[in-house]
Design a protein around this ligand. Sequence first.
Ligand code: DAH
Length: 357
Amino acid sequence: MMNDLDAIVATAKSAFAQARTPADLENAKAQFLGKSGRMTELMKGLAALSVDEKKSRGAAINLAKQAIEAALNASRQALADAELATQLQAEALDVTLPGRQRGQGGLHPVSLAQERIEAIFGSMGFDVAQGPEIEADWFNFTALNTPEDHPARSMHDTFYVEGGSATAPNLLRTHTSPMQIRYAVQHVKRHRIAAGDSGAGLFSGAMPEIRVIAPGRTYRVDSDATHSPMFHQVEGLWVGENISFKDLKSVYLNFITTFFETDALQLRFRPSYFPFTEPSAEIDIMFESGPLKGRWLEVSGSGQVHPQVIRNMGLDPERYIGFAFGSGIDRLAMLRYGVNDLRLFFEGDVRFLSQFQ
Ligand code: DAH
């Protein structure tokens, strides 16, 4: 049969076991071990007993007290363990989950094509120049031998912007050709100063050749599967003292075979007209194998720089001569990557664009 002490120990154990929080547990502890708790009361009761009874009863009370304290510690530990388990559960980290990856960016196919073009011409000693997209009438037309009433202006459907004058920005450049003038004028100015030339009149002294490409965005009022109102061109210019069509052909052939990574293609010049070149030619290429085999494809305008344009560069056409070309970068990129609708380049659809990475 249970004596009174065993009963108290059992009550204490079950009270401790029911505690859900440390505060519950401390309250339960007070009922048994506190200043006016059950065990303390029992100890006080010892005073009324005889010496022998005190001894045996005291020892029994102490044992019971130790049992209660042991139960209390066990419950404290159990509560702490449970709390830790809950916390671990809440903060669980699945280290086997695949990590979140940041999408790898990449260059646009037109930029890739442009970088290729820059690298190839760079290897042939061409400088790479950039110029403004909002251009002045002078650079876009007049200096390129296309005066205001010239019928050739209607070849370009131009976006005009408000304000401006003949030499102030007033249109979106319709081609990269204005960079011929901008670059050449700077080049001539620099070398005249270096040569101690006064700078008046056309320059007929000695200077290093002009050899430059100018890639960039160009604009025309035009939009269908092969035309975009914004497109890309690369201008090429080589001016020196003995530059001929032969040089144009060898440079362009070297460029185009390197760009397409094949020697199995032919190049032809087809007579054409541009105000800033005389004579002028379209450059066509034909692949001798592959899906485009056997078709002549127009890739560039070109020609010998017109003497009036040489003058507008500040040079004496009696001494200086050169050639120029203007090729569509988007078209070259379409041919290289087998894209048949130009608009795909400019819709910004990652599913399309990521195929070029
Ligand atoms: N600028 C001309 C165009 O956009 C292309 C061109 C033709 C550029 C002949 C040239 C050139 O430099 O010599 O239609």
